[in-house]
Design a protein around this ligand. Structure first.
Ligand SMILES: N[C@@H](CCC[C@H](N)C(=O)O)C(=O)O
Length: 291
């Protein structure tokens, strides 16, 4: 199996091009082995690029635990770069499908090593059954700043306030101004993250975004990803954070988000119900894995 190791804001992926090759078999054990950081290649996710009848290509993204994710903002930029580098698309504007979402792409700058790419992740979804969560929505239908109890002994606090939405995949946003120590650096990400990810109110588990608001146009983020643990960045999580910050009147619709692995620009075009994310996509190396 030939693959390309890539990353977007240090969220790293093993990308397998199946446009002209067969799709690997017995995926779950393969993904777990390849993504293992000590015994395998090491990655935050495993990505297949497949032919598609309705878009220029399909992206299928899997977490290191083998679970499928319907959206991945950082991987979609990597897939876009790969499609350009391998000359599968002639134009700098094209469309990638991920599950039931079409993601319009604009390549803003490109080189063999690194490109800068805008991806339109589409509409946020707010209804609890679409997230999905059993947490209650308010009269406006939003799961906004709802109290979620943590299992006893999890962290120094008993409950957190959460704002939830879907960007195709589920996100639960915790603003660090509601935590005892208001800095994202001190947020108990490794304790609160897994407790929220697996809380019974999220039947499909959830990604957890810890957000510090520096200014109305500047957020800092740490991420606990479903099926991956703490990662250095999450693109769909950055989009969810920007939307949640607007929902709670903490930020404007155009924000710079500083993640541990780099910076993303997110524009929430609320009137059109679109969330645009811009960031890097980097090719690291190519390799092969014995099947
Ligand atoms: N890092 C990604 C999201 C990957 C999928 C996620 N862990 C999930 O299970 O939904 C991103 O950049 O969006």
């Amino acid at each position: 199996m030939r693959f390309t190791k890539m990353h977007g804001t240090a969220n790293d992926y093993v990308v397998v091009d199946c446009l002209a090759a067969s799709t690997p078999a017995d995926l779950e054990p393969l993904i777990r082995a390849v993504c293992d950081r000590r015994r395998g290649v090491g990655a935050d996710g495993f990505v297949l690029i497949l032919p598609d009848e309705t878009a220029d290509a399909e992206m299928r993204m899997y977490n290191p635990d083998g679970s499928f994710a319907a959206m991945c903002g950082n991987a979609v930029r990597c897939v876009a770069k790969h499609l350009r580098d391998t000359r599968r698309v002639d134009s700098r504007e094209f469309v990638i499908r991920s599950a039931n979402r079409r993601v319009p792409i604009r390549v803003l700058q490109e080189s063999a090593e690194q490109s800068r790419i805008e991806a339109n992740l589409g509409s946020p979804r707010f209804a609890p059954n679409e997230i999905p969560t059993t947490l209650p929505a308010g009269a406006d239908g939003l799961v906004r700043q709802v109290s979620l109890a943590l299992p006893p002994g999890t962290a120094s606090i008993e409950a957190v306030k959460v704002t939830c939405l879907s960007m195709g995949n589920p996100h639960c946003v915790v603003f660090t101004d509601t935590l005892p120590d208001r800095s994202v650096d001190h947020a108990e990400v490794l304790r609160i993250g897994p407790a929220i990810e697996t809380a019974s109110v999220f039947p499909e588990r959830t990604n957890v975004e810890f957000i510090e608001v520096v200014a109305r146009g500047h957020l800092r983020q740490r991420t606990w990803e479903r099926g991956a643990g703490e990662t250095l960045a999450c693109g769909s999580g950055a989009c969810a954070a920007a939307v949640a910050a607007v929902m709670t009147d903490r930020a404007d619709r155009l924000v710079t988000i500083e993640l541990r692995g780099g910076t993303l620009e997110v524009h929430y075009r609320e009137d059109e119900g679109q969330v645009l994310m811009t960031g890097d996509a980097v090719t690291v190396f190519e390799g092969s894995w014995p099947e």
